[in-house]
Design a protein around this ligand. Structure first.
Ligand SMILES: [Zn+2]
Length: 254
C-alpha cells in the first residue's frame, strides 16, 4: 500500500494529481483515520499524513485536502500573523494550490483570481512574464514553487511588482536543496531533463536558488521580509501539524 501510494505520488505531476486524486485519497483517508495529526487547512485529524515526494517523506500529505507541510505552515502564518481572512483584498493566486483554492474562493473579503499558464484549475490563462493586469491593481499575490520553473524569474518578479498596489504583498516560496549554494545557480544551456535534475534538483527546474534568494527578490524593488514563524511554534504543535523543520516564509511588500 505504502509503495503504491508513493509510486503514484512520485510519478504523476502534482498539477494532474490534484485533478483526480482527491477522490482516491478520500478512500485512502479511511485507512488513515485517527487522532495523532491535524491538518489546520481542512481541520481534519488522522493517524498520520501520507508519504509524499521523490525521496518519499513520511507523514507529509493531507489525505483530505492535499496540503503538504509547507501549506500547513503558510495557513498558520496567514491565520496568526496577517489580516488575510478579514481584510478586503484583490488576490492573484498563480499556479494555485488545490488545498487553498476552494477555501480562498469562499472568503467574502477576497476578490480571488487564479492564474496559470497551463493548469486547467486556474480561471485566467496567463504567462507570469506578462501578467494581464493593470499596474497597481492587486493587493495580494501567492506564487509558490513557480519561480524555479520560469525562464526569466527577474522579469516575473518585476511583473508582480508592477501589478501589486503600493503596500500590497506577495508570498513567493521556492524549493531549496541542501547544502544550499551561496548564489543562485542557473545555466540556460542545460535543457536535458536528466541534466536539469542533476544541476537544479528536479527535471523541470531551470535554476537552483541559493542563499541569495531573499536578496534576489529585493532586486525588483520589493521590501523582503523573511518570516520565521516556524521558530515560534512549539515542538508539540510542530508534531501535531507535521510542519516543515526550517521553512522560511518569503513575504515581499511593495
Ligand atoms: Zn487537510
Amino acid at each position: 500500500m505504502k509503495f503504491l501510494i508513493s509510486f503514484f505520488l512520485r510519478k504523476i505531476p502534482r498539477k494532474y494529481l490534484q485533478l483526480f486524486s482527491h477522490v482516491a485519497l478520500r478512500v485512502i483517508a479511511v485507512f488513515y483515520r485517527g487522532n495523532k495529526v491535524e491538518c489546520p487547512v481542512c481541520e481534519s485529524r488522522f493517524r498520520k499524513f501520507l508519504p509524499y515526494g521523490r525521496k518519499s517523506r513520511s507523514n507529509a500529505l493531507c489525505p483530505k485536502c492535499l496540503a503538504l507541510e509547507r501549506h500547513r505552515l503558510i495557513w498558520l502564518y496567514l491565520k496568526r500573523k496577517t489580516d488575510f481572512f478579514t481584510k478586503e483584498a484583490k488576490m492573484l493566486h498563480v499556479a494555485p494550490e488545490l488545498c487553498f483554492m476552494s477555501r480562498f474562493d469562499a472568503l467574502e473579503n477576497l476578490e480571488y483570481i487564479t492564474g496559470d499558464i497551463e493548469s486547467p484549475l486556474a480561471k485566467v490563462k496567463m504567462d507570469i512574464h506578462e501578467i494581464p493586469f493593470e499596474d497597481n491593481s492587486i493587493d495580494i499575490i501567492f506564487c509558490n514553487h513557480v519561480l524555479e520553473h520560469v525562464d526569466d524569474d527577474k522579469k516575473a518578479l518585476r511583473e508582480m511588482h508592477r501589478v501589486l498596489k503600493p503596500g500590497g504583498w506577495a508570498i513567493l516560496q521556492v524549493p531549496f536543496f541542501y547544502p544550499l549554494p551561496k548564489t543562485t545557480y542557473e545555466d540556460k544551456t542545460i535543457i536535458d531533463p536528466k541534466e536539469r535534475e542533476k544541476a537544479f534538483g528536479q527535471d523541470d527546474h531551470v535554476r537552483m536558488y541559493g542563499e541569495d534568494y531573499g536578496a534576489r527578490l529585493g532586486e525588483s524593488g520589493f521590501q523582503v521580509v523573511e518570516e520565521r514563524l516556524i521558530d515560534e511554534i512549539s515542538l508539540e504543535e510542530k508534531t501535531k501539524f507535521a510542519l516543515p523543520e526550517k521553512e522560511v516564509i518569503y513575504k515581499v511588500v511593495k
